[in-house]
Design a protein around this ligand. Sequence first.
Ligand code: NAD
Length: 497
Amino acid sequence: MTDRISHWIDGKPVVGAGRTGDVYDPATGQVSAQVDFAGPAEVDQAVAAATAALPGWRGTSLAGRTRVLFAFRELLQARKHELAKIVTSEHGKVESDAAGEVARAIENVEYACGAAQMLKGGFSENASTGVDVYSIMQPLGVVGVISPFNFPAMVPLWFVPNALACGNTVVLKPSEKDPSAALFIAELLAEAGLPSGAFNVLQGDKVAVDGLLAHPDVKAISFVGSTPIARYVYETGTSHGKRVQALGGAKNHMIVLPDADLDLAADAAVSAGFGSAGERCMAVSVVVAVEPVADELVAKIVERMRKLRVGDGRKPSSEMGPLVTRAHHERVSSYVDAGVAEGAELVLDGRGVEADGANEGFWLGPTLFDRVTPSMSVYTDEIFGPVLSVARTTSFDDALALINANPYGNGTAVFTGDGRAARRFQNEVEVGMVGVNVPIPVPVGYYSFGGWKDSLFGDTHAYGPEGFHFFTRTKVVTSRWPDTSHAGVNLGFPKNS
Ligand code: NAD
């Protein structure tokens, strides 16, 4: 018997009537549960619940809405360890890493608690004589959130708190690979006092996504996932008249200049390359070593990689867990084969790693390629695993040109002691999120998160101020209260006097 992971519709669990999928414990390789896959009827049911809840929730005062979010924040804080354990059990990342994910999720709830400040409109008194003009920010209606497997708690909470704070109701379609965190979030939101139907979870795959993209009552979609699906979601959603933000994949480069502190750079490369087994959209996947530092830097990276402890994420001694599924393990391993075949220098091979966990777990150890060139598939493709590439260049200009030629533009970092070089880098690099001696520059909750180029479709970044912008539409009111000086009919275009 395995557990059944169901939908959450109208404030309660709803067991699906159709297809199901396997959910794995990646550290044992065993199926741990069956998750429901929504069909069109369940999509309709979830959207209908969100539609029915809309008048009540958008009619709830700002104070009332934020009170629910404050209560939700307290519950999340009190039960963060449970949520982290749920993430580890289905994703595989080690518990300390899952705890970091939950902490960053809570940051977004805290930001949404300031909704009253964010939702102030403008007011211009006496814009024309006796006429006031003001703007109000109103919710969109029912919004869909579609999230990836790699941050099953944090990515939904990039969007859900801000969407709710703005007065929208939500249908979340989490990844089918690790669907339980979404249900835990649903339970806590209900306990915090969110009315039934204001937040719903629809489990499933492409069928559920397509149902949301085409549904006339869904007004907007926030998507995070791989680039091909992000492009598809953006094109399909907008063709159905929806507002869409679709965040895609990444190939993040970290430049190390000759004057950098190489120990700091090596620590950063290993932390950002192998944390969460490389399954982060902000993982560093290419280190660009500007000569003459490459040999020394590679040696320092290897020294650190050899000490990494791979094992079951539930064991406190483990620093890196397994990959999420067997299929993903096979895909990532095939890139190691391809890198060797294409002539990259395999410095450390993670295939056949001895992990502290069950033999059937989806283990791949830290892997390092040196002398990687832009034509190799290990360079061109997002691998999304513990495979780090080193590309060597002879100048800062060449390193910058390499990054700017890449179709992705999610995150990047420069390691240097030279402020002028760092400043030029931040100015000229065509990437949305930049670190200066910081390897994973995920913006804090009061900025916004988003890449450029093929890493984001749509013009609005996630969370922070842009999140409030995405989840509201602005109405401008021009108002005059009649006095006794009626001017009569005037067919001319109104001028301000
Ligand atoms: P994915 O694209 O396979 O899936 C994302 C979501 O889309 C899931 O909910 C999935 O069920 C759904 N989906 C999958 N195939 C679909 C299809 N054919 N039609 C409609 N929907 C479909 O991504 P993933 O493997 O879950 O996550 C990893 C990817 O997400 C990586 O590429 C990573 O870089 C990216 N990611 C990006 C960011 C960012 O902020 N830019 C953040 C996290 C993850």
